[in-house]
Design a protein around this ligand. Structure first.
Ligand SMILES: N[C@@H](CCC(=O)N[C@@H](CS)C(=O)NCC(=O)O)C(=O)O
Length: 207
């Protein structure tokens, strides 16, 4: 059975988990809890993925897949059911990039405020992250009609998971404020069984 290096804290892993559920593959992939600390590269994980990042997927034939985009493509090809996550229309992947791009802003922001000693923290960088987060959310508020006009794809999945992550780690930023269309769109996303089944959780870290 394919083995996914997994954490219930990771938004990139959740993207993959939602894709596995959407494609009917959740029961066909084993998960192993792996702690990928951005400040301490993990020797065992680096033997599989030199970037020391999760999600990383070990396939039965020995191939190693990373990152979340590639693993979601694998799920889309491998699953016999569910929506087509990667349609011809490149706007699906453009929006996937926007969702993971939002995560690429949120993760270093979290490192800045949670992991870095206060003396090394950069208020300038935090201001940049906040500006980008708000610009993305404004852009999404304007693009809700375009999102609603398409069938569910990897773009919806990626954006929806990124907003779930803002709820998990950046609740105080109140991304819904002044963005009623995006809030309503996200409520419908959050009700999907695949999203309900993959909630974020601060589990105990493996030793
Ligand atoms: N572009 C990657 C990003 C994956 C990523 O950054 N994952 C985090 C966990 S949320 C990680 O493994 N961080 C460890 C590190 O940066 O060394 C993807 O889409 O899968």
């Amino acid at each position: 059975m394919p083995l996914l290096h997994w954490s219930p804290r990771s938004p990139y892993v959740r993207k993959v988990m939602v894709a596995l559920h959407e494609k009917g593959l959740a029961g066909q992939v084993e998960t192993v809890r792996t702690h990928a600390d951005p400040l301490i590269p993990h020797p065992g994980l680096m033997a599989l993925n030199p970037l020391s990042k999760i999600p990383t997927l070990e396939l039965d034939d020995g191939r190693l897949l990373f990152d979340s985009h590639v693993i979601c493509r694998w799920a889309d090809r491998s699953g016999a059911v569910g929506p087509r996550l990667f349609p011809e229309d490149l706007l699906a992947e453009r929006d996937e990039a926007l969702g993971t791009g939002l995560l690429d802003v949120a993760l270093p922001w979290l490192v800045e405020v949670r992991l870095r000693p206060a003396a090394q923290r950069s208020d300038d960088m935090i201001a940049v992250y906040r500006t980008k987060m708000n610009r993305v959310a404004d852009w999404l508020e304007d693009h809700v009609p375009a999102l609603e006009a398409r069938a569910f794809d990897i773009g919806h999945l990626s954006i929806g998971v990124a907003l779930c992550y803002l709820d998990f780690r950046f609740e105080a930023e109140a991304w819904r404020k002044g963005r009623p269309r995006l809030a309503a769109w996200h409520a419908a996303f959050a009700a999907r069984p695949s999203v309900q089944a993959t909630a974020f959780r601060d589990d105990p870290r493996p030793t």
